[in-house]
Design a protein around this ligand. Structure first.
Ligand SMILES: Cc1cc2nc3c(=O)[nH]c(=O)nc-3n(C[C@H](O)[C@H](O)[C@H](O)COP(=O)(O)OP(=O)(O)OC[C@H]3O[C@@H](n4cnc5c(N)ncnc54)[C@H](O)[C@@H]3O)c2cc1C
Length: 203
């Protein structure tokens, strides 16, 4: 069974942003030996339905599907060491921090730490039901759910990112949430010393 130190579940803006920040930190000594993967499922992304005119850095009129496609390519081309797992959907999570088993429709993976970045509608991953609560960022009539968390941490070894973390549904918020989770995990791997991942223009 394939093993990961960290597996991100969901190839939407929150999941890809998390993966990109982790990818850019792979040069750090405390990250270099980590096996990091992402279940790059994109078909159900909320972003597929969006027409974007109001996001900094994105050309007005861009459709959400383009961002998903280009985000996946950016990750592939810039940080190929992050393994992208395609055409798989997570069905069940069992185990505990350091030893989770993630079951998809095709495979099983051993995982130490998880980031859940799937959409809130029709949430159906077995093993996480205990953490489901009404979403704090939608009106109750929408019947949306989120995973209960404290600063994205659901329980030891499981983080949540994006709209499923309870944030209101805006693309930059979802991306920021994924990036925040990435830096939390980097800080954890750096034995609790605060850290970020920046590239700098060479002089
Ligand atoms: C109609 C519409 C218009 C919008 N317009 C705007 C706008 O103008 N400006 C703006 O800023 N925001 C807009 N948004 C909001 C924006 O699209 C969302 O906030 C953003 O996509 C949320 O990102 P996310 O990563 O949390 O979730 P998502 O984009 O939903 O991504 C979740 C990912 O998880 C995957 N997934 C689901 N189930 C599983 C599973 N079991 N296993 C593995 N993967 C799974 C999905 O395929 C998807 O790729 C709009 C949204 C909609 C619906």
């Amino acid at each position: 069974m394939k093993s990961f130190d960290l597996l991100i579940i969901g190839g939407g803006p929150a999941g890809i942003s998390c993966a990109l920040v982790l990818g850019s930190a792979l040069k750090k000594p405390f990250v270099a030996d980590k096996a990091i993967g992402i279940i790059m499922h994109q078909r159900n992304a909320d972003l597929n339905a969006a027409l974007l005119n109001n996001v900094l850095g994105i050309k007005p009129g861009t459709i959400g599907g383009t961002i998903l496609k280009e985000g996946k390519e950016q990750l592939e081309n810039t940080y190929p060491d992050i393994e992208q797992i395609e055409k798989e959907k997570v069905i069940e999570i069992t185990g505990e921090a350091g030893n989770f088993t993630v079951k998809t429709n095709k495979n099983e993976y051993k995982v130490k730490t998880l980031v859940i970045a799937v959409k809130t509608a029709n949430f159906d991953i077995e093993g996480l039901q205990d953490y489901i609560v009404p979403h704090q960022g939608f009106v109750p009539e929408k019947n949306k759910i989120q995973l209960k968390n404290k600063n994205h941490l659901v329980t030891e070894g499981i983080y949540v990112a994006g709209v499923l973390a309870g944030w209101r549904s805006q693309l930059p918020i979802a991306m920021g949430s994924g990036a925040q989770v990435a830096t939390d995990i980097l800080t954890l791997w750096n034995n609790g010393t605060q850290t970020i991942a920046h590239d700098i223009i060479s002089q």
